[in-house]
Design a protein around this ligand. Structure first.
Ligand SMILES: [Fe+2]
Length: 266
């Protein structure tokens, strides 16, 4: 199986990713061994912590691209950002200072620790008017959404996309796995990615998570680990996912009563 990784910090020297070219190349080799054939490099866009240096970013990107071209010619690299939410973010995107994913209209959006739904509603509205689409980074870590399935449902309905980390699927914590399993089975997740930072902290692992997801929701791995990532790179529409469960499943029965009557905390 081939994979596309849309959330990855392998780019050297621009955020809290690898500290040397050797470490970056070790991550690349590992990702390649896992089956990854396209990576969108998404350093943090958070100017108050990681100063924005466009020239350095482009230079580092070209350096890594050249090295990868020599070692793994069929592994394609793209550039993007993991954009931390701020009130200036849309202007930074318009100015090209903050990057969408691989030049598409999709923004990988990291939510801050504290936010309120009205602010986000307004942000999505303004962002959509400017032509952007939002992919929420590692949604499994966004407690407010994990506790409020109705809110998550509203965001889904307006076309917001959700990404989860492969490591959260495989980390073996039963409660987290149960939530992720439910989210994936009910079609709430669009993309699985590594969010790899190093070979120690969140390695670029994909294959094991793919195996688990295929067990939970057979047939859904292709779009979650490959197809939807490719669509983002090609700036094509990522379709709404349908629940991968039978008509008699509890979720389908509940849907008849109310659309989002599921408690993710259970
Ligand atoms: Fe990240």
């Amino acid at each position: 199986m081939k994979f596309v990784d849309v959330h990855n910090h392998t780019l050297l020297g621009v955020d809290d990713g690898p500290q040397s070219m050797a470490a970056a190349m070790e991550m690349v080799a590992h990702a390649y061994g896992e089956g990854v054939r396209q990576i969108i490099l998404t350093p943090h866009y958070r100017p108050e912590i990681f100063p924005v240096r466009e020239r350095a970013l482009q230079e580092r990107f070209q350096e890594l691209r050249t090295a990868v071209g020599n070692s793994h010619p069929d592994l394609q690299l793209h550039l993007g950002h993991e954009a931390h939410f701020s009130h200036d973010l849309l202007d930074a995107l318009d100015a090209g200072e903050c990057k969408t994913l691989a030049g598409s209209r999709v923004v990988l959006l990291e939510l801050p620790a504290f936010w309120n739904p009205q602010t986000m509603e307004r942000f999505f509205f303004d962002g959509e008017a400017r032509g952007y689409k939002f992919l929420i980074a590692h949604v499994e870590r966004v407690e407010k959404l994990m506790q409020d399935s109705a809110l998550m449902g509203d965001w889904l309905d307006r076309g917001v996309l959700f990404q989860v980390n492969a490591s959260s699927i495989t980390n073996g914590r039963p409660k987290a796995q149960r939530i992720l399993r439910r989210l994936i089975m009910t079609g709430c997740i669009h993309v699985v990615a590594t969010d790899a930072h190093s070979m120690g902290r969140r390695r670029p692992d994909m294959a094991q998570a793919y195996g688990l997801v295929e067990r939970w929701a057979p047939g859904s791995g292709e779009s979650l680990f490959y197809g939807n990532g490719l669509k983002i790179i090609e700036n094509k529409q990522v379709e709404k996912r349908e629940p991968c469960i039978g008509e008699n499943h509890w979720f389908q029965r509940l849907k008849g009563v109310t659309k989002w009557n599921m408690n993710l905390k259970k």
